[in-house]
Design a protein around this ligand. Sequence first.
Ligand code: MCN
Ligand code: CUM
Length: 795
Amino acid sequence: MTTTDIPSQRSTPVGHGSMPRKEDERFLRGHGRYVDDITLPGMLYGAVLRSPHAHARIVSLDTSAAQAHPKVRAVITGRTLEGLNLAWMPTLSHDVQAVLATDKVRFQGQEVAFVVAEDRYAARDALELIDVEYEPLTPVVDATRALDDDAPVIRDDVEGRTDNRVFDWETGDAAATDAVFASADVVATQDMLYPRVHPAPMETCGAVADMDPVTGKLTVWTTTQAPHAHRTLYALVAGLPEHKIRVISPDIGGGFGNKVGIYPGYVCAVVSSIVTGKPVKWVEDRSENLMSTSFARDYHMHGEIAATRDGTILGLRVKVLADHGAFNGTAQPSKFPAGFFGVFTGSYDLRAAHCRVTGVYTNKAPGGVAYACSFRITEAVYLVERMVDVLARELDMDPAELRMRNLLRPEQFPYRSSTGWEYDSGDYPRALRTALEMAHYDELREEQRQRRERGELMGIGVSFFTEAVGAGPRKHMDIMGLGMADGAELRVHPTGKAVLRLSVQTQGQGHETTFAQIVAEELGIPPEDIDVVHGDTDQTPYGLGTYGSRSTPVSGAAAAVVARKVRERARLVASAMLEVDPDDLEWEKGRFFVTGDPTSGKTIAEIAMAAHSDLELPEGVEGHLDAETVYNPPNLTYPFGAYVCVVDVDPDTAQVKVRDFVAVDDCGVRINPMIVEGQIHGGLADGIGMALMQVMAFDSDGNHLGGSFMDYLLPTTMECPSWRLGQTVTPSPHHPIGAKGVGESATVGSPAAVINAVVDALKPYGVRHVDMPATPAVVWRAMQGRPLRTDLAIT
Ligand code: MCN
Ligand code: CUM
């Protein structure tokens, strides 16, 4: 049971509320239009030749046989691109990545050549005609060995580089933290790994590039979460004029961060359209997606937590080794090379904290962040929530009680954390109390006591999270120096129907519905009468796209602001219609009326018609009922939540079964509670998957061991309990409608609850920690006191 009733039984609200999604009819009838549905006259197909080695020198590359294939139109190699100055492209993290390898291959699956042919099959066939001679080199697979003196230098393409260090970054006050630790009664430490995982969206990545040789205009239909950012990058990388580039992101079959960056295949499609003068389509297959597009996590963390004997947490000290693969890939805010990991103090009132993150290159696919991650907050929350449980064990204290004692209190907001983050609003104890009550926590502990007496392994895990979402404020974030303000444009047509144009792009989150609802709430126009246009740079205002759950915090705010601008314009038009002073008009949802005379009102539709008519408009009003805005958020929004997970572990097979999961989320005002709950359901499934099943492992030669869904396991309904959701609502004080983002909350908050539950279940075996994923093998080995590392195929 969830906190809302069945959506179909509800009437459509005019503004916020659980209305069914406008986009679903299209999707359910099979009328979605994805990149691979785009077919253009004369279109050619591209395929990528990938490296079988994790680390090797390219001795020779012979494409003549492929070029001689009757259906092949072009073969592009790193040398071709070098001639165009395009062999290397900038990543979103101030690094460069090889588009097609020239000197060396640096991960298995790296792009080596691109074949363009008349059909998909010929392109694939011709790949096998390319003859590459490799001289294998020793790969660096284990991040913990990447900085060894004898480790081969992976990025010798960068002049002067002598080791595999990507960056060193620290935050917090080291001296203050040392002092707090020196004064503590108790210090607990724990090493933990957040393994490499992959978002694995239903739709893989791809692009159709069409360079019009007559107009010189390039159109790229592509799987992107950030069309405008891609357009700017194409302009900067390829030197094409930006107004001659149109990026279209049609329907997207899930992004989850996988579609933030630009992949070599996109660039190859663009280059080959320019070279051949024809449209070129490239769509990767599943194993290409799993092997080579951006992975996430891969954080090797060492945590230390200091407290008083009575359970007051004083400080945290953290060291992280971050495995970034061969190129430092997906969006890493340049001001924070470790993303938003700096919020690792979590939801607690700590005196001091310090962390140091060292990024390293390894011979693995690039990436580094994205998978419903809020830019590393996933890792940060997992770390602090595991550390609190480790401390609870050390103090022999109930983990829920320890959290309650240390959570930030409502009167501390707005709160500035010891690492400098400004939390906007929250009532944390209320959320935790709600979750504990819904879970019947005290009864669960009693049940656990009884089961333990019978030798049964039941675990109860609690986690609390705070996220920082809505990338926008310049002090926090930029992408390649671009600030992150987002535009919105609203046009109300003469008949009162409207079109809202946005810079963000939905991948399944329901923007066509919720953004229409935001405007509907402000103007009283039914959401059905408001079309949301997004995902096309020729039709929408500039903005940096959807990730880090920023659409609601940034573009949601822009939508409300632009609707309010229209409303103020409508007030002036209505004052002319009713021949009164604008200040004498009052607004109720959908209409203006003269103060004291509610019968005198004019609806937005009536006002819209008048605004387009020959009505004499007041001075300064240009006519029509349109507005535009650019929203520059003053701060991030800080959603939070309290989760309780109950697991049973089979003592004979070490199989973990999630029996119950309670999630209390607070994302401020909810625009569409049904969609919010859907987001949370999805994120919880992700969280269970990461905690129990998902890991991208490699063998000692750097071979990727997760290239299909047979090897890389995703959760299904079989692994998921019937989620039980609750909520509290603490509006964001700086957001025009008080909303905070929610799209990644459950993925961020839930893995720690699951692992805390698994470790709790194994308490009778003296187990203090289990690394993700807690597969039966991992749990079994933990019970034997022989921890198993799952990211490397080494036992
Ligand atoms: N919402 C709401 N009320 C709130 C907050 C959000 O009604 N207080 C609604 C929003 O209007 C939107 C949805 O919930 O329809 C998610 O909003 P938001 O939290 O703003 O997140 P974004 O729209 O920016 O989506 C990005 C986020 C990220 S970064 C990942 S990763 C992820 C996620 O969304 N990828 C997804 N959820 C996903 N869901 C689907 N189906 N597919 C993905 O690829
Ligand atoms: Cu971090 S995955 Mo989402 O931000 O697209």
